[in-house]
Design a protein around this ligand. Structure first.
Ligand code: SF4
Length: 628
């Protein structure tokens, strides 16, 4: 029986030719890879050869929904994936609200953007038409201006994914902003759009989502869960504060990114200046689209503030407040909210931008960089003036901004200093959770296929790293990683946290197929294995690159976990990473999936690639004079 809950339509738009076509996904592909994240990895694995220049027309951009999108409450996410210009790894990021559901209502499960246009364009999609339209008038505009201009030209109800000046200038930490506020933030995917001269994609969901297998059953379940998430006290904090309250929590447990990850355990009073109730004081009602679609929790908060005579609205989130505020040492609410607004408008990843600027401030603080090189005086941490200037310079690729626009790893290489202070994994800047507060959290960062991501699952523990070997919590990390990635593949928001045991039932109501949870988990496992093989065929040497920044191997200087590092020792770190390889069925020291594992995962066609990837890693290790 053909699976229900899909349109069975993938839209491909080629910007080199201006033509589009619709193709049907393979039946086995949907069964083995479900949708969303896992399906996006499969398509990219097949279509973006290792070695592809991320900013060339050969790179592709995937917007992929899962079968729950527009059918299950809280299934608001769309996976965006391309080869990252920042890390040169396949990189997924996820945006919420109504772009994904709109794509489904326009009649598509996924959109693939291929080639590159010569002149600026945007893509318009509804249930009857697909058009590649001129965008020269809005090239150079902010994400907000572009979104509003495109809505005026198309429909006020269109969902718009746009890049700002940063993406146009190929800034490697540029992101894609959906509907003025939501970001597919990581890996510089905005620069991929910029390289294709693609200013935006507008989707009007003026049709119907696909029919589920059991509409009545799904409606009843949907109602039950909607009411639960909308009223359960368990989600009260999320409904009240969104994620804005989390800095107080991360500071209290030694996990904040304060002062470029120098002082994770800052006083709670200090964190509270840009967190929770401080943000609540300036909260205003959100515009209609923020809480659109089907979300029962509605976590998004909206604030209005004034900074240097400029009145503005913004949607603050924990990562923005923590990375643009605590990481840079700026604890001035108005300034941090303004930085948040600025990065959204310019189309910059708030995590990577905050991280990279925090690194520069630390260089200045330590006397490793001066006024001549920066172009103006930087006082160090807490210099709000400098942070604002640097954000603008990065987006404009001007002066020192042209260096920082390359991301923290390349910036340290260009300047030839500060590599030991740069907090990234595989070139992706670390987000706002210092792993020195929880046992095994650093294993998640070290082994994540995209680099330092906070969305690759955490071990199920509240213990500090000093509580015992990190290796012990690795099996739980692998399971949680599968669970998170399954939700990404179904389009479910992580906050609308259906109990895992309920997912097979919902999957059956949508698709008509009966599958166990363990069977469903194999979809993201396949995607992770393919991502790793692709990376190894490209440039990754897992025994070298599966690692954490030096700062995290030092004990915390102050706070409740004074003296505690991310691991007990170097040996503890290596053992934990090798345990991850073992749990996944990867080569025990090379960290690449074996041909037998690909067979076991039900994708024997990838055996040959796994063999080649293993040999490639061996050869690179030998060439580097390292033990194989
Ligand atoms: S909980 Fe928040 S992020 Fe998740 S779907 Fe609802 S509004 Fe969006």
């Amino acid at each position: 029986m053909r699976l229900r809950g899909y349109h069975w339509r993938i839209l491909r738009v080629n910007l080199s030719t201006g033509r589009w076509r619709v193709e049907e996904p393979g039946e086995e592909d949907l069964e083995l890879f479900i949708g969303g994240k896992a399906l996006a990895y499969l398509m990219a694995y097949r279509e973006i050869p290792p070695g592809t220049d991320p900013l060339s027309p050969s790179n592709r951009l995937y917007f992929v929904t899962g079968p729950f999108s527009a059918l299950v409450p809280g299934a608001s996410k769309v996976t965006v994936l391309a080869k990252s210009p920042l890390t040169r790894l396949l990189n997924d990021s996820h945006a919420g609200d109504y772009f994904g559901p709109s794509l489904r209502k326009a009649g598509y499960d996924a959109l693939v953007v291929e080639g590159a246009s010569r002149d600026p364009v945007y893509i318009y999609i509804d249930s009857r038409t697909v058009e590649v339209r001129d965008a020269s008038r809005i090239w150079g505009s902010t994400t907000r201006e572009a979104t509003r201009a495109i809505r005026r030209e198309t429909s006020e109800r269109a969902s718009v994914a746009a890049i700002g000046p940063a993406g146009e200038r190929l800034v490697r930490i540029a992101n894609i902003i959906f509907d003025e506020e939501r970001a597919a933030g990581r890996g510089g995917l905005g620069a991929v759009m910029g390289s294709k001269k693609l200013k935006a994609i507008a989707v009007l969901g003026d049709g119907r989502p696909p029919e589920p297998a059991d509409p009545e059953g799904l409606r009843a379940e949907g109602e039950k869960w909607y009411n639960y998430f909308a009223t359960s006290p368990r989600y009260g904090d999320l409904r009240t504060y969104g994620t804005t309250n989390a800095l107080v929590y991360s500071a209290s447990i030694g996990m904040s990114p304060s002062y470029n990850f120098e002082t994770p355990g800052i006083p709670v009073d200090l964190a509270a200046k840009i967190s929770g109730d401080a943000i609540k004081e300036v909260e205003v009602d959100p515009p209609w689209y923020i809480h659109g679609a089907s979300c029962p929790i509605k976590c998004a908060r909206y604030a209005e503030a004034e900074y240097k005579g400029r009145r503005f609205r913004v949607k603050p989130e924990y990562e923005n407040l923590a990375m643009l505020g605590a990481a840079t040492g700026v604890f001035d609410r108005e300034a941090v909210l303004y930085f948040n607004r600025l990065v959204d408008d310019l189309g910059l990843d708030s995590i990577s931008t905050g991280n990279t600027i925090a690194w520069l401030l630390e260089l200045a603080e330590r006397g490793l960089i001066g006024e001549e090189e920066v172009g103006f005086k930087v006082k160090g941490f807490g210099d709000a003036e400098a942070v604002e200037r640097l954000i603008r310079l990065i987006a404009e690729r001007r002066g020192i901004g042209a260096v920082l626009a390359e991301g923290v790893k390349r910036a340290s290489e260009i300047l030839g200093r500060g590599a030991e202070l740069a907090v990234h994994v595989k070139g992706l800047e670390a987000p706002a959770w210092d792993p020195r507060g929880r046992r095994g959290f650093a294993v998640s960062y070290a082994t994540a296929d995209v680099g330092a991501s906070h969305l690759r699952g955490w071990p199920p523990t509240t213990e500090p790293p000093s509580a015992g070997p990190a290796k012990e919590v690795v099996p739980g990390l692998a399971r949680n990683r599968d669970d998170d990635a399954l939700r990404d593949s179904l389009s479910l928001c992580r906050f609308v946290s259906y109990p895992s045991r309920e997912i097979p039932g919902l999957y059956k109501l949508v698709t008509g197929l009966e599958r166990s949870l363990d069977d469903l988990y194999r979809a993201p496992q396949r995607a992770e294995a393919l991502a790793r093989i692709h990376a190894a065929l490209d440039w990754l040497v897992p025994p070298i690159h599966d690692d954490v920044p030096p700062k995290w191997m030092k004990g915390q200087p102050t706070g409740p976990l004074k003296g505690v590092a991310a691991f007990l020792s170097e040996e503890d770190k290596r053992e934990a990473i090798r345990e991850y390889y073992r749990v996944r069925g990867w080569h025990p020291t090379l960290g690449v999936p074996t041909p037998e594992t690909m067979e076991r995962l039900g994708i024997p066609w990838a055996r040959g690639d796994a063999e080649r990837a293993l040999r490639a890693v061996e050869e690179r290790l030998r060439a580097a004079g390292l033990e194989v």
